[in-house]
Design a protein around this ligand. Structure first.
Ligand SMILES: Cc1ncc(COP(=O)(O)O)c(C=O)c1O
Length: 502
């Protein structure tokens, strides 16, 4: 494609993108698509084109074949899962990132890619109130021993730190002076007895990381009221496992669990695990971490001062488009010790001087994108104040929706304290109906809401009971859309109660 054609097509693409986003705002598109499985197969040829095609034909196909098959995550009626925010400044950052495409696995591969990432990750650490130990450069200008690195997802982040934790643990078992055979024998004997201890409410990403590494996962029940892990139960489990010859070496604790946004008691966990410093403590704040930009939540970040690693997804709530998971580590040497390999073709004077960061040693893949540009564009365009305004709106929409449902105790039960903009509800059966009927009603109401495609909510099970999760985090979210959803739910409860009775 020559530059003139690119200019023309790029202008058209920008216009299409703007038009798409304005249709979302004005509700011209339903949040859920109307297509059936395999819809695309009949619309796109089974074989690739032999000859190049005109890009405007492809753009037409985006309009006619792709957009109809999209679930619109930026739609004001998208209230399912957790958000995956888009923003125009984030898109600008992404455009430059792609325009400069470079694999940037070490400093020399593009010094700007490395250096901007180090700087903006320190900005992010400051913005969310993380302890100085998690920064590459402390606020007084001295070099720290920790730092942040952008990963693709919270799942990738937990797998990465689990590898670092495993190496830290296994190597600690090898006595000084052991030869290579002894080293691998000792490590090998312990490997099969490694285990990760998490709460039953922790996101499956920790379990998946352990699965990838072939490591056992042990779950600890949560407090039935708070749905947070009990520090005492965690400590007892670690003790019990050790007494049986197991090697518990890793725990993930959560700031905002997926089903109910529960928060684990970090300080109490740290105290309870003080006698087990070998256990790596990781904070998963994938969604709720973005709320730390707000002054009332920022002090929470001090609660994991003694943790080894912390991760949250700016690509969930904080307006940086997917993918941008911010992993911070207290001692970067554990990542580097576990992941650094330097074949001859990667050697270079800058890396060998020890004066530069090579982020390939802080992640699993070798190559990496210039993702810090997205953070840079977003944080500079909105400013911390703008990001706070956005997060406050998410909170306010949640509080408003929660107040509406609380005002109808005849129809709904709010099952857990609404937090971080998430409201979790159940439909109440009429007088005399039992919990099983409540389950049927809740499930059916959620099904009908989603079937209509005007709103998208999550139907899930928590504590063995059907629930509906409502969270609204896009930039397009408004109190008005929360009210319309509420009215829709009220109407559906009326319908469903009439049809389904004990
Ligand atoms: C608490 C929590 N942790 C981890 C994840 C997984 O995030 P990712 O898709 O970035 O791996 C989620 C996803 O919603 C989550 O809610």
């Amino acid at each position: 494609m020559d530059q003139d054609t690119f200019r023309e097509q790029a202008h058209r693409a920008i216009e299409q993108i703007i038009s798409y986003h304005s249709k979302l705002k004005t509700n011209e598109l339903s949040v859920l698509p109307a297509v059936q499985p395999d819809y695309l197969r009949s619309l796109i040829p089974v074989s690739p084109p032999e000859k190049g095609q005109n890009p405007s034909e492809i753009q037409d196909d985006v309009e006619s074949k792709i957009i109809p098959g999209l679930t619109h995550w930026q739609h004001p009626h998208f209230m399912a899962f957790f958000p995956a925010n888009f923003s125009f400044p984030g898109l600008l950052g992404d455009m430059y990132s792609t325009a400069f495409t470079c694999a940037a696995f070490n400093w020399l591969c593009s010094p700007a890619v490395t250096e901007l990432e180090t700087i903006v990750m320190d900005w992010v650490a400051e913005m969310i109130g993380l302890d100085e130990a998690f920064r590459s450069t402390h606020s007084d200008g001295t070099t720290g021993t920790g730092g942040g690195v952008i990963q693709g997802s919270a799942s990738e982040a937990v797998l990465t730190v689990m590898v670092a934790a495993r190496e830290r643990y296994l190597n600690s078992l090898v006595p000084e002076g052991a030869d290579e055979d002894e080293r691998w024998e000792i490590r090998g004997a312990a490997y099969g007895k490694l285990c990760v201890v998490i709460s039953s409410e922790a996101h499956s990403c920790t379990e998946k990381a352990a699965m990838v590494l072939g490591i056992r996962v042990v779950k600890v029940a949560v407090d039935p009221d708070t749905l947070a892990i009990s520090p005492l139960a965690l400590k007892e489990k670690v003790k019990e496992l050790k007494a049986k010859g197991w090697h518990p070496f890793f725990t993930t604790n959560t700031y905002g669990t997926t089903s109910t946004c529960a928060v684990d008691p970090f300080e109490e966990i740290e105290e309870a695990l003080a006698e087990f410093p070998e256990v790596w403590k990781h904070v998963d704040a994938a969604y709720a971490g973005s709320f730390l930009v707000l002054p009332e939540f920022k002090p929470d970040a001090q609660k994991w001062k003694g943790y080894d690693s912390f991760d949250f997804n700016m690509h969930k709530a904080l307006l940086v488009p997917f993918d941008c998971s911010c992993l911070f580590i207290r001692e970067r040497k554990w990542l580097i010790n576990a992941l650094s390999l330097t074949p001859s073709y990667l050697r270079n004077p800058a890396s060998e001087s020890g004066r530069v960061i090579d982020y390939r040693d802080w992640q699993l893949p070798l190559g990496r994108r210039f993702r810090s540009l997205k953070i840079w564009f977003v944080v500079r365009t909105y400013g911390v104040e703008g990001l706070q305004r956005h997060m406050r709106r998410t909170l306010e929409c949640g509080e408003y929706f929660s107040s509406l449902v609380r005002d109808r105790p005849d129809l709904f039960v709010v099952t857990v304290q609404e937090r971080f903009g998430l409201t979790v509800i159940r439909v109440k059966p009429e007088e005399g109906g039992d919990v099983a009927l409540g389950d049927r009603l809740t499930k059916e109401v959620a099904r009908r809401v989603n079937e209509e495609r005007n709103f998208f909510v999550t139907a899930a099970v928590s504590k063995g009971r059907e629930i509906i999760r409502v969270v609204s985090g896009s930039e397009n979210a408004t109190k008005e859309s929360m009210k319309v959803l509420f009215e829709d739910l009220v109407a559906k409860v009326g319908e469903v109660r009439k049809e389904i009775t004990a």
